[in-house]
Each structure stands twice: as C-alpha cells, then as structure tokens.
Design a protein around this ligand. Structure first.
Ligand code: PCA
Length: 158
C-alpha cells in the first residue's frame, strides 16, 4: 500500500466542515499523526464571499501555520484531490512541517495551496490557525452552494 503524508490546515481538520472526507471511502486508510506547523511562514487567509480558507503560495509572508498531519493511502488522497479540485483550484504541493509532540521535522508533505492568485490577496488578514467557528465570524460556504465562476474570478489572475 502506497502511503502519502498530508498536512491540513482548513476545513479538513478535525471538527471542521470537510473532515468527513477522510473517511468517505470506506475501503480507504487514513491515520492522524499529530498536530504540526509549517516550517516556512505562509499566508493563510479566509477569502472570497464564500469564506474559503486557503494558503497562498508565497513563503515568507504570514505565520508558521498550525494544522494536522495525516498519513493516507491513494484512495483517500484521490478523494481529497476531488474535494479540493486539485490542480484546478488548490494545487497539492510539497512543504516541510514540524510535529509538536516530538519536535520532529517531516519533509515533503502534501499541502493544498493556491498558486497564480491575484496579488491583492496578500493584503488580507493572515491567520496562524483556522477554525470555521473563529471570532472572525467568516462562516464557510459549502462547495455545492457556491458559484464556481465567482470563486475563480475572486482568486485567480487571468
Ligand atoms: N481544505 C484543505 C485546504 C483548505 C481547506 O479548507 C485543508 O484543510 O488543508
């Protein structure tokens, strides 16, 4: 069985709206490894009128982002790719993270990030950690309620 490491920072975390995607495929395998943070600073913002959390691929800006590291098989990874619409919306790229419990560095884990974004998004407030019920009050709008065209227009460069 081929295993992959994925670091999630948004709606895929425990107690967040998309966490159940890890167990969508009843034949898939996934395991929570631990809480972690990115080794690089990265801008995590909550944007568009649908309040979608995303990391912009712009290392050096924002915070060392807090999230959760998982080990998944290819079945689960392909479900996550469907949810995140990789590589059209989020792009799955490799970064290094540090595990909290062991202070161990884990290299080359997958993170879903946004590339080719409009530069003005770098002026948005950055967060160290995401929670849909945070004091920011920005409630996540589920994919099926969204107009995909609008998402794209508000995020990507032409
Ligand atoms: N889902 C992915 C990327 C952002 C999101 O909401 C995650 O939780 O890591």
């Amino acid at each position: 069985m081929e295993l992959h490491r994925v670091f999630v920072y948004g709606t895929l975390k425990r107690n967040e709206p998309n966490h159940s995607w890890f167990s969508k495929n009843t034949e898939g395998y996934y395991k929570f490894i631990g809480e972690a943070k990115t080794v690089e600073k990265l801008p995590l913002i909550i944007a568009t009128e649908y309040n979608i959390p995303f990391i912009l691929k712009s290392p050096g800006n924002g915070y060392n982002v807090l999230g959760e590291l998982y080990e998944v098989d290819s079945k689960v990874l392909s479900d996550l790719d469907i949810l995140e619409d990789h590589p059209n919306f989020y792009v799955r790229e490799k970064f290094n993270v540090e595990l909290f419990n062991s202070e161990q560095f884990i290299e080359n884990v997958w993170i879903y990030v946004i590339v080719n974004f409009q530069p003005h998004l770098l002026n948005e407030t950055c967060y160290e950690t995401y929670s849909n019920s945070g004091s920011h009050g920005k409630k996540y709008v589920e994919r099926y309620l969204r107009n995909k065209y609008l998402d794209y227009k508000q995020i990507f460069q032409n």
